[in-house]
Structures are given as structure tokens and as C-alpha cells.
Design a binder for this molecule. Structure first.
Ligand code: ADP
Ligand code: ASP
Ligand code: MG
Length: 439
């Protein structure tokens, strides 16, 4: 079996949905098709939710009506027969009725999650309606019946596997299954989600749960590029990379993949392919255990980083100092991304600011604490990057004019990270594109 995940732009217009239908029906293999919400929908739902949280009910109502008009128009273009249109309008109206009802309810975090789930619930229903109209046999699998996270927001792979196989077994005769990306149930049984961009993660978890032979991520670009195409003009697709390289790039800002989307596939050794819905013949990127080549492959940038420096003469020749510092971050469940040390100070970075004040207060017990906000991590990724001749020299030559705050080298064989002020991000990605890739 295989998994095919299609992102927002891949289902964002009726003609794109036709293309998706072509792609899922062009072979006979049994498959689970994971869909995102239509492009722009989750952003609109976030907006609606924010308006409700601010008690701006009229504004929320206007946004709901605008979204509904968009869906009505979409259905009229997507479906050809009046009967199919009426059915689809009926399906979608349930979701808008729900949104209109919540206008009258007091806002809560659980309600926010319910609102955000509407996008994927609607896109899968619309795609299913289209497949039905053109006579393609398929089954809609509700993700809320099998996709589960625990109290720490970690997916329960074992449960997902059991529930999903039961569902698949009850539809032994079917070949095409459609399900929602992004949405899940949490430990309280409430509707929740896998964070923005989470449909990639859904796809990888599903692929792991059914031990798929491949997890295809279909998007709007021909694979993982060597640099961020939103920031840098000339970028090229990478044909092959390892799970480690892809995980590093995803975690450090390559938006094409959700930060956590590689580990499930890696754990179950399932190849991941990044493919372009708009250009299905393009080779795309194959991600497996093998890197395919050595040397620098790509750079990515992760914004919103805070650097924390703890300076203390007590650190001199002391052991246990780092442990005490790490315990503070552990207590507040805040991951550390980069770390550098000197004999009297340690600098580290975090991107989760939820508990920053408490963390800083506790760290003060160990020395003078300074923070730098608005930092960006630039991650240079490639198999055996540090062992490859000239890479380091070219890297540091390129960033001669950039005020680098931290450098992390040697933590793994495939990554060098730099911390820079966010204002230098574009310039840094550009000079690295030239210096490392000659582009
Ligand atoms: P989808 O809606 O299909 O999930 P996303 O917008 O989440 O698509 O991800 C695809 C986008 O990721 C691309 O259009 C591109 O702008 C952006 N992107 C950022 N970094 C990279 C990279 N290194 N390689 C390819 N795409 C990237
Ligand atoms: N629709 C969700 C989002 O926009 C999930 C996804 O597209 O991956 O974040
Ligand atoms: Mg995405």
C-alpha cells in the first residue's frame, strides 16, 4: 500500500482536484490519500477563531460568510451535475452551520481546535464528492477515528496502527481511501491537530502505521530545493537525500516538510518522495536511509529564535553545571536547538517562548543571564559536510560580513548551524547560495 498526501495548493482549485484525481487513479495500487484543507482555508479559520477570541463576533461572521461563498463557488465549478452539486452544498452547509453556531458560544481552546478542523473535513468531503461524480470507487476514512496524540502531544503510533488496520479491514474490497491530514484526537478525546503544516506529519504517521511501501508528499514545487525559494531567486531541486538530512532541513525551516514529518517514516524505513502536483513528471526528491552523495546539499532558516547566555565564574572547572541548566529547560518542556560553551559561559537557543519568563528566572540562580530575541538559525545540511574539503572555508568566506552570534559544528556529521540576527536572514541565505552552490 502507499500513502499520497496532497497539500493545500494541490487541492485549492477545482482543476487541481481533477489533477489529484488523475494521480490517484493512474495505477491500481491500494492507497491512502491524505488531504490538506483548500489553500487559504486554515488561515481563514485561524482568523475567524482569533476574531471570536477577541469577542469580535460581527467580524467573525463576515469572515465565515466570505469563506462560505468561496466554497459555494468552488462546488459549482468542481461538480457538473446538479444532483452532485446539491449534495455537496448540503455536506458543506453542515460545517458552516457549525461555524455559525459557535458564534453564540463562549470561546475556548477546545473550540478553537474544532474550528481549525473544518478545513480538512470539508476538503476530503469535496474530493470524495468529485470521485463519486466521476464514478471512482473509494472510501472516506475519518482521521478522528484513528489519529491520536497523548497528553504531551506525541502521536500514539501503536493505537493509530490498530485502529487504522481495523478500519481498512472492514473495507477489504476498496482500493482508494481518502482521509484528512492535520486533524487528530487528543488524550481527552477532543478534536486537536498536529500544528500548522501537519498534514505531512499525518501522512508519515499513516505510512508508518500501515508500513506503506512509499509515502508520497505532493506539493507545489518539484522537491526539496537547495535553499529557500521564497527568499532566494535561483534554487535547484535535490534528487536524493537521507532521512537525517531531510529531518534536519524540515526542523530548521524548510517549509516543504512539517518539522516532525520525517521520523515516523525513518523509524519504519519507508521511502518518502516529494513530488509536484503541477508537474507530475518532474523527478522530485527521494528520501531514504542513503544520502546518495557527500557534501553540502541545502540550507534552511528557522525564525523566531531566542538566544540565552548564562555567564558564571562558577562554571570554571565545575562539573554538573550544564546538567542543572538543562534541567530547567526539561522542567518547562522546552527543547534546546543550539548550544555553544566557553569556560565561563554557555549560550543556547530555544524557539518556544511559552515559559521564557519562568526559565529566565530559574536560570538566574546559576549566573548572569542575557537574552537576544529575534534571532534566526541558518542550518547548512549535507552528508559528511564537515569532512568534505573546502565546505567550511567556503561557508565562512561567504558570511564574512554577517554578525554571527553562535556557530554549532560537529554535533552531527551532516549539519553546521549559525545563529544570526533575523534582519540578516535574506542576505545570509543569498550569500550562501553563491558561496556554497555557485548559484
Ligand atoms: P503544501 O501546501 O503542499 O503542504 P507548503 O506551502 O507547506 O505546501 O510547502 C511547499 C512550499 O515550501 C514551497 O512552495 C516553497 O515555497 C516552500 N519551501 C521552503 N523551503 C523550501 C525548500 N528548501 N525546498 C522546497 N520548498 C521550500
Ligand atoms: N491545513 C493545515 C495548515 O494549513 C495543515 C496542512 O496544510 O498541512 O496548516
Ligand atoms: Mg505544508
Amino acid at each position: 500500500m502507499k500513502v499520497m498526501k496532497f497539500g493545500g495548493t494541490s487541492v485549492g482549485k477545482p482543476e487541481r482536484m481533477y489533477q489529484v484525481a488523475d494521480l490517484v487513479t493512474r495505477d491500481d495500487e491500494r492507497k491512502i490519500v491524505v488531504l490538506s484543507a483548500l489553500s487559504g482555508t486554515t488561515n481563514s479559520l485561524v482568523d475567524i477563531s482569533n476574531s471570536l477570541a477577541d469577542s469580535s463576533r460581527n467580524l467573525a461572521k463576515q469572515k465565515i460568510d466570505k469563506l462560505e461563498a468561496h466554497y459555494k463557488q468552488f462546488i459549482n465549478e468542481l461538480l457538473k451535475t446538479e444532483e452532485a452539486r446539491q449534495k455537496a452544498l448540503q455536506l458543506i452547509s453542515e460545517h458552516f452551520e457549525f461555524l455559525n453556531i459557535i458564534l453564540k458560544i463562549s470561546f475556548s481552546e477546545a473550540l478553537n481546535k474544532d474550528i481549525l478542523a473544518q478545513g480538512e473535513l470539508m476538503s476530503t468531503k469535496l474530493f470524495s464528492a468529485y470521485l463519486t461524480e466521476i464514478g471512482i470507487d473509494h472510501e472516506l476514512l475519518p482521521a478522528l477515528e484513528f489519529m491520536q496524540i497523548d497528553a504531551f502531544e506525541e502521536p500514539l503510533i501503536g493505537n493509530i496502527k490498530v485502529k487504522l488496520s481495523q478500519l481498512l479491514k472492514t473495507h477489504n474490497d476498496k482500493k482508494i481511501f481518502i482521509t484528512q491530514g492535520y486533524i487528530c484526537r487528543n488524550s481527552k478525546g477532543e478534536v486537536d491537530n498536529l500544528k500548522r503544516g501537519g498534514s505531512d506529519y499525518s501522512a508519515s504517521l499513516i505510512a508508518a502505521a500501515i508500513t506503506a511501501n512509499v509515502c508520497e508528499i505532493w506539493t507545489d514545487i518539484d522537491g526539496m530545493h537547495n535553499n529557500d525559494p521564497r527568499v532566494v531567486e535561483k534554487t535547484v531541486a535535490i534528487e536524493q537525500m537521507s532521512f537525517d538530512e531531510a529531518a534536519e532541513l524540515a526542523y530548521f525551516g524548510a517549509k516543504i516538510l512539517h518539522p516532525a514529518s520525517i521520523w515516523p517514516a525513518q523509524q519504519f524505513n519507508i521511502p518518502v518522495k516529494l513530488l509536484n502536483t503541477m508537474e507530475p513528471k518532474a523527478i522530485g526528491t527521494l528520501i531514504t536511509e542513503e544520502a546518495g552523495s557527500v557534501g553540502v546539499k541545502a540550507v534552511a532558516a528557522k525564525d523566531g529564535i531566542v538566544a540565552i547566555k548564562i555567564k558564571s565564574s562558577r562554571m570554571l572547572l565545575a562539573y554538573g553545571f550544564l546538567r542543572k541548566i538543562f534541567e530547567v529547560f526539561e522542567k518547562y518542556r522546552t527543547p534546546i536547538d543550539m548550544i555553544t560553551t566557553s569556560e565561563v559561559a554557555v549560550s543556547l537557543t530555544i524557539d518556544n517562548k511559552d515559559n521564557l519568563e519562568d526559565i529566565l528566572q530559574e536560570l538566574e540562580a546559576f549566573g548572569t543571564v542575557e537574552i537576544d530575541e529575534n534571532q534566526t538559525i541558518i542550518s547548512v545540511v549535507g552528508n559528511e559536510i564537515a569532512q568534505t574539503p573546502q565546505v567550511m572555508m567556503r561557508l565562512f568566506d561567504s558570511i564574512d560580513n554577517i554578525p554571527v552570534r553562535m556557530v554549532s559544528y560537529g554535533g552531527s556529521r551532516h549539519n553546521v548551524s549559525l545563529l544570526i540576527p533575523a534582519a540578516y536572514k535574506t542576505q545570509t541565505l543569498q550569500v550562501l547560495n553563491k558561496g556554497l552552490f555557485g548559484l
